[in-house]
Design a protein. Structure first.
Length: 141
């Protein structure tokens, strides 16, 4: 009889701990905004202005981020993911790393843009957009 009571008590403790851990994880996730936000849709919305300003609906654009600016700090954990999200958001336009294209997207922090623009003054026409996005058009030589 005692072992049955002990088994039930242990099962109750495990269940209660699991529920408490789940609720705590739910609260933390909700505070981060991960439950109701859709980061992919947000990224698409962020890049809608870039797509609208391109003079074509299909083609190639270059892409740079903070990691492409020597001396700029960046988060390597986010860098590749942001590039993939940009490729998705810009489809059917093909996004290629670098600024070798006539049209290029710069996804840069304010500090990184300052460094980049000092090094590339006169090379590109720059259309500043919102949220750290810049549309770059290579100037004809």
């Amino acid at each position: 009889m005692r072992s049955v009571w002990l088994s039930r008590a242990l099962l109750f403790i495990i269940l209660a701990a699991s529920v408490a851990a789940g609720l705590r994880n739910l609260a933390v996730t909700q505070n981060l905004g991960s439950i109701t936000d859709d980061p992919v849709a947000d990224w698409e919305q962020r890049f809608a202005a870039v797509k609208a300003r391109l003079p074509f609906e299909r083609g190639f654009v270059g892409y740079i981020s903070d990691s492409d600016v020597p001396g700029a700090s960046f988060d390597p954990a986010n860098d590749e993911g942001e590039y993939v999200l940009t490729q998705y958001a810009m489809a059917p336009v093909i996004v290629i790393r670098g600024t070798a294209q006539e049209w290029n997207i710069a996804n840069l922090s304010t500090a990184a843009f300052r460094i980049w623009s000092n090094r590339h003054s006169g090379t590109f026409g720059v259309v500043p957009l919102r949220n750290g996005l810049y549309l770059l058009h290579r100037n004809a030589n």
